[in-house]
Ligand binder design. Structure first.
Ligand SMILES: *Cc1c(COP(=O)(O)O)cnc(C)c1O
Length: 427
């Protein structure tokens, strides 16, 4: 059996039928923005491999840090022991995240980070004398991961998990924030969505531990950009009602929107913030949950005085070393001009797509570019076209989108824009 046949018959890929898989392509190696297939085909990874590889693949500074760490201490348990990579990463995260998020919990993936954040919120409320506050509020249109508690706060219809509805906790869904990033913020709270959120939180506040949302960019739920003012108003409502505000920055963190964190677009500090995806520059699975001093103090003062979570591979030194190297690459701020440059160029280059038949909307924010169609588009149909255009794109729902590495040259950005338009013409 060839490797490709074995893959087809035995391996599940994300969201696939192992008995009837779609096409997959064998990657031989990757470097910078480019991935190379076993037949020599080269493609720009315009997905940053699901939004992670912000500096490109196999960045020499990150692989050097990983190699040095492997020869030193690839892993050690985090219970009762610590190590320099964990401390060094913690320093950087406390320093770079919004003021007040002073406490770090390391875990293995984005979904687990969301689980941890939700557990923190429930323990916080217990310690604050609110044992009835075990549920969560969230706007529709969100995506927070594939594990159980994370699934429960994904959009109940298009969040990929409606199948499990009966098995999930009942959570409270507010309407999707109605005002987009490019619109003016209307003062009328019925029009801007704040009134609906306020009603929901007032009505069920005594049961709600936290409000969890993806700040500004709803990613896998639909690639929608909403107005940052919504977050300022959400912060105010949460403060009034004793609801914790949880930002899931797993997709938006580390420069993707043009700011280091989407929270910075609103100037809002959440109580808890989830980080993942680009944390290691896409070199290893890793995540972190940042919590405010208030949340950490409360949890510590409650029963049993401990935060009740601790994964086997917590604080893995290799992942911490990769993350430190990735964050160091962001430290000089050069990413800012690069992301702004990508945004400017793609806005111009994708504008003509607005006139294409079947295109509903075109939008760009930072290094996120979306052509939204008025119909569903098939990733399996897109992939053979990717081989022709030399740009790896994986559309989902109605969205043909790119979230490329920040390192693309203007020529490469042009190639990505052209490939997106070609997909919009064909799909
Ligand atoms: C990808 C993603 C997650 C889940 O992260 P995994 O590493 O896939 O578990 C959670 N929230 C958001 C916003 C994401 O984009």
């Amino acid at each position: 059996m060839t490797d490709a046949d074995f893959d087809r018959r035995h391996l599940w890929h994300p969201y696939t039928n192992v008995m009837a898989p779609g096409p997959t392509y064998m990657v031989e190696h990757a470097e910078g923005a480019w991935i190379t297939l076993d037949d020599g085909t080269r493609m720009i990874d315009a997905m940053s491999s699901w939004w992670c590889a912000i500096h490109g693949h196999r960045h020499p500074a990150i692989t050097a840090a990983m190699k040095a760490q492997i020869d030193h201490l690839p892993h050690v348990m985090f219970g009762g022991l610590t190590h320099r990579p964990a401390v060094e990463l913690g320093r950087r995260l406390v320093e770079m995240t919004p003021e007040g998020l002073d406490h770090v919990f390391y875990c293995d993936s984005g979904s687990v980070a969301v689980e941890v954040a939700m557990k923190m919120a429930v323990q916080h409320q217990l310690a604050a004398g609110n044992p009835g506050r075990t549920r969560f509020a969230t706007p529709r249109g969100g995506y927070h991961g594939d594990t159980w508690k994370a699934m429960s706060v994904c959009d109940p219809v298009n969040g990929m998990h409606h199948l499990f509805e009966g098995a999930l906790n009942i959570q409270y869904f507010a309407p999707q924030p109605p005002v987009t990033m490019s619109e003016d913020w209307p003062e009328d709270d019925e029009a801007n969505g704040v009134a609906a959120l306020s009603r929901l939180l007032h009505e069920h506040g005594d049961q709600i531990a936290g409000l969890i949302l993806e700040p500004v960019v709803q990613g896998a739920g639909g690639m929608r950009f909403y107005h940052p003012e919504y977050l300022r108003r959400a912060r105010k409502l949460c403060d009034e009602l004793g609801v914790l505000l949880i930002f899931d920055e797993i997709a938006t963190g580390f420069g993707r929107t043009g700011e280091l964190f989407a929270a910075n677009l609103a100037g809002v500090t959440p109580d808890i913030m989830c980080l993942g995806k680009a944390l290691t520059g896409g070199h290893l699975s890793f995540a972190a949950v940042m919590a405010s001093g208030e949340v950490a103090r409360r949890i510590g003062s409650g029963e049993p005085g401990l935060f009740m979570h601790g994964p086997t591979f917590m604080g893995n030194p290799l992942a911490c070393a990769a993350a430190c190297a990735s964050l160091d690459l962001l430290a000089d701020g050069e990413w800012r001009d690069r992301v702004a440059g990508i945004a400017r160029q793609m806005e111009v280059e994708l504008a003509p797509a607005k006139a294409l038949p079947g295109v509903a909307d075109v939008r760009v924010l930072g290094a996120i570019a979306v052509i939204e169609m008025d119909h569903e588009v098939s990733a399996d149909r897109a992939h053979p076209i990717s081989r022709e255009t030399g740009v790896w794109l994986r559309p989902f729902g109605r969205n043909i989108y790119a979230m490329p590495p920040y390192i693309l040259s203007p020529e490469e950005v042009g190639q990505v824009s052209a490939a997106m338009i070609r997909l919009a013409e064909i799909l």
